[in-house]
Design a protein around this ligand. Structure first.
Ligand SMILES: [Zn+2]
Length: 191
């Protein structure tokens, strides 16, 4: 009897050893991948968790702002976002903006203040060059045409084969020419 218990004990230890710890892994986003999706969009989805129009618009804003002030991103920028962005899905824009600029909540070089109109101010901290981005009426129309119902459908059910309206809209925003998305203005030139 004692021997059986001892063997069982050894067996359990052996099984635990074989099973080991699960490999560390990043969370799996809710995302219907398409081969035509650009690499940057996939990376944004990995960060944000799903492919949504507000997040896609945020990434595009970030990339446009970086280019406008000729910054590399991550460490040579200060990003300020303004707008009615307190809650999802609108606040998803702020995740996109972090991906698009490399300015992050953790590095404390991105901030957000509630305002009536959406705008982004981005400064190259090496040169002082500062750009302000405002969404075009076309982009605002696209973003505000999203019905809350389609958002709840999106988050509740991912088994459907039909196209997800949020992903379709996000891909459209991802592919639009920059001039149709934002008005970019240099508000302070290089020092
Ligand atoms: Zn989102």
């Amino acid at each position: 009897m004692l021997r059986t218990i001892a063997l069982l004990g050894v067996g359990c230890v052996a099984m635990a050893f074989v099973a080991g710890q699960p490999e560390p892994n990043l969370p799996k986003p809710q995302y219907r991948f398409e081969p035509t999706d650009p690499q940057w969009l996939r990376q944004a989805v990995q960060f944000h968790g799903h492919l949504g129009p507000w997040a896609a618009a945020g990434v595009r804003a970030g990339m446009a702002g970086l280019a406008a002030v000729e910054a590399k991103g991550y460490f040579d920028i200060e990003v300020q976002a303004f707008g009615p962005l307190a809650k999802p899905p609108r606040s998803c824009f702020l995740d996109g903006l972090q991906v698009g600029t490399g300015a992050t909540w953790g590095k404390r070089n991105i901030s957000f203040a509630e305002a009536e109109a959406l705008s982004v101010r981005i400064t190259n901290t090496r040169t002082g060059k500062t750009a302000q981005l405002r969404p075009t009426a076309k982009l605002i129309d696209l973003l505000t045409s999203i019905k809350p119902k389609s958002l709840s459908e999106e988050t509740d059910d991912h088994s459907d084969d039909h196209d997800d309206p949020l992903e379709t809209m996000a891909r459209k925003i991802a592919a639009m020419p920059q001039s149709e998305l934002f008005v970019v203005e240099i508000v302070q030139s290089q020092q």
